[in-house]
Design a protein around this ligand. Structure first.
Ligand code: NDP
Length: 275
């Protein structure tokens, strides 16, 4: 099995750079699909209270027979729970659903900038981090001004910012802002839910290196240094998306794929989305 590189977060915690996403996997299919990913070699699973499948993700991790320390699990604070006490309670709910002793990474799912103050749930995240029940805490969908507010008001620097990134939305400004402040970028919807897979530029590179367009796109993320966790319920694709370590893209390939950027989102705009 190929070794997936680790990214070392700003508090020393190691996260496998390639993981498995579980958004839109129905609860009834989540245990079986997550087990298939763990069998294929993935050691990092991304879930959220909002996905409604934390219980089944936890079941798969426990049933896999792997040591807890060998699987990295991320979950996220739901949008209804931004008040301090609600955030602590939501975290308890997440841990109960997962039925794991600790969580590797807990994130504020969305900043909801028009709906109150995201520095309040961040205080709860800091409390959760200090308790040791989450080994690292971070944010998701935060724009640089949102992160700046946290840096000014908080004590703990977010370990990651999980944002939408793919060849049609390269997010250079948010990624470099994160890098300047020691915040790792996690790229959600790394293949834009399939939208980039027919792109002729990616297809030409894929043909040359003898890989699929999904593999080339995921390799582009890895070589840019981001953390990714493609989602699939299809066993063949689960295996395909993990098979990224026997080829390399050239600097010119990376440049050509990055030049496909057209600032096109598949999901909501974090400056406007308020839950
Ligand atoms: P992805 O970019 O991972 O795309 C998933 C889609 O692509 C599915 O429809 C899947 O189909 C298909 N697919 C996967 N692999 C292949 C392949 N090799 N060839 C062809 N089609 C393929 O989108 P997601 O939105 O799921 O993003 C990944 C993860 O990021 C999520 O699962 C979640 O964990 C996280 N996320 C976080 C968000 C946030 O706000 N923080 C928002 C959205 C996602 P099928 O399953 O049918 O095989």
């Amino acid at each position: 099995m190929p070794a997936v590189p680790d990214v070392i977060l700003n508090n020393g915690v190691k996260i496998p750079q390639l993981g498995f996403g579980t958004f839109q996997i129905e609860p009834a299919r989540t245990r079986e699909t997550t087990l298939a990913a763990l069998e294929a070699g993935y050691r990092h699973i991304d879930t959220a209270e909002m996905y409604g499948n934390e219980k089944e993700v936890g079941q798969a991790v426990r049933d896999s027979g792997l040591d807890r320390a060998d699987v990295f699990v991320t979950s996220k604070l739901n949008n209804y729970a931004h008040a301090y006490d609600d955030a602590l309670q939501a975290f308890d709910g997440t841990m109960e659903a997962l039925d794991l002793e600790y969580l590797d990474l807990f994130l504020i799912h969305w900043p909801l900038p028009g709906k109150g103050d995201f520095t309040e749930p961040w205080k709860a995240m800091e409390e959760i981090y200090r308790s040791g029940r989450a080994k690292a805490v971070g944010v998701s969908n935060f724009q640089p001004p949102h992160v700046r507010r946290l840096l000014e008001s908080g004590v703990v620097v977010p370990a990651v910012n999980q944002i939408e990134v793919h060849p049609y939305l390269t997010q250079d400004a948010v990624r470099s802002f994160g890098a300047e402040h020691g915040i790792a970028t996690e790229a959600w919807s790394p293949i834009a839910r399939g939208k980039v897979l027919g792109d002729p530029v990616i297809a030409r590179i894929a043909e040359r290196v003898g890989k699929s367009t999904a593999q080339v796109t995921l390799r582009w993320h890895l070589q840019r240094g981001d953390i990714v966790f493609p989602k699939s319920v299809t066993r063949k694709r689960i295996v395909e998306n993990f098979d990224l370590f026997d080829f390399e893209l050239t600097e010119a390939d990376i440049g050509e794929i990055s030049a496909l950027n057209r600032d096109e989102r598949t999901g909501p705009d974090p400056d406007r989305f308020n839950g």
